[in-house]
Design a protein around this ligand. Structure first.
Ligand code: XMP
Length: 326
């Protein structure tokens, strides 16, 4: 395994020119490591794996196979964007796996947060393993490991390690962004021509919307999480807040309250909104937002999302509240 420390003389990648130099250097390094071998990559559509995919497509083209697993817990439009950008625009080998029913069936009735995480993580490895076994002659596994993951100071990925592939499926690792910090990965992604909505994407947990559909996941409540999240993101983007507020999302708890619509009483779920700023996700503060925008979001969610009659704004800093609700 190569060095584990970022070379001391490595310049911080802050400009398109520096990104270009990094890209050229990595293309040469990737071609020399991979030769005419085949590479596999789990492509979530997050910044890190997307940048690795774009680099590898340039370096070795069709020798790369990307596997995108839709576990049913992705945000609205995400699987479509991965297919559009990587298969249609970049002409990559992309295997799209619709595993929605499989994950939701496994999760049915499970309410304990860490058990939900374990099921999602373990099932993900299983689906990926099955896909890997269908492909012949793969020697390399590419990963979007970034420097904070190596330093293990990043709480973001540190606590959801669910183990890896079985021993007979061990590949040589390809990790072209392992010495980069997140902001550098974004500069490189931009220089590689990835869309802004991918490059400036807010962090999204591996278990996805699964930990925002509090308690046992049902398809209806999951849909309410997905639709309300889409409205929230749309309104934040309209107000120029994309990439400015660190993380913002909706949560749907598993209780109902009374409401009234068109003179009739309803008994529906609330949507909780969380919008926070942080440097390292260890502590976080609530984002101060324009009240008019907040009111507009409340109005849209209560009118457009099925099964929802109330919106609550979470004003709790971390500590005491974690960023996610589970
Ligand atoms: P908390 O909720 O612990 O979240 O304050 C801190 C950051 O970590 C993200 N997070 C996760 N990321 N798998 C992930 O990949 C997880 O299981 C997970 N849980 C929380 C969270 O979104 C926030 O950015």
């Amino acid at each position: 395994m190569a060095e584990n420390r970022r070379p001391e003389n490595m310049k911080r990648i802050t400009t398109p020119e520096l990104a270009q130099a990094f890209i050229e250097e990595q293309l040469a390094a990737l071609r020399s490591q991979i030769g005419d071998g085949r590479v596999l990559l789990a492509l979530s559509g997050g910044v890190d794996s997307s940048v690795v995919a774009a680099l590898l497509i340039r370096a070795v083209g069709k020798q790369l196979t990307c596997v995108h697993v839709n576990h049913g817990l992705l945000r609205k439009g995400e699987p479509e964007q991965v297919i559009e950008v990587f298969r249609n625009q970049m002409n990559a080998n992309l295997v799209y796996v619709d595993a929605v029913d499989r994950f939701l069936d496994k999760l049915a009735g499970v309410s304990e947060p860490e058990t939900k995480r374990r099921i999602i993580g373990a099932e993900f490895i299983r689906v990926f393993e099955e896909e890997a076994r269908k492909l012949d002659g793969i020697r390399f596994l590419a990963q979007g490991t970034i420097y904070p993951d190596i330093l293990e100071s990043g709480p973001v990925k540190a606590h959801h390690n669910v183990g890896g592939l079985p021993d007979d499926l061990q590949f040589e690792l390809v990790e072209p962004v392992r010495f980069l910090y997140k902001d550098e990965v974004r500069v490189v992604g931009k220089a590689l021509g990835l869309p802004d909505s991918m490059v400036y994407r807010q962090p999204f947990p591996g278990p996805g919307l699964g930990v925002r559909c509090v308690g046992a996941i049902t398809r209806e409540r999951l849909e309410a999480v997905r639709e309300s999240d889409a409205i929230l993101r749309e309104e934040f983007a309209k107000h120029g807040l994309e990439g400015k507020v660190w993380q913002y999302f909706t949560v749907v708890p598993d209780f109902k309250s009374t409401g009234i619509t068109d003179g009739l009483r309803t008994y529906d779920w609330p949507v909780v909104i969380r919008a926070v700023n942080t440097v390292d996700a260890v502590t976080a503060e609530v984002a101060e937002l324009d009240f008019g925008m907040m009111a507009k979001i409340v109005e849209r969610i209560t009118h457009e999302v099925k099964g929802v009659n109330r919106v609550l704004w979470d004003l709790t800093p971390k500590p005491t509240g974690t960023i996610e609700w589970e």
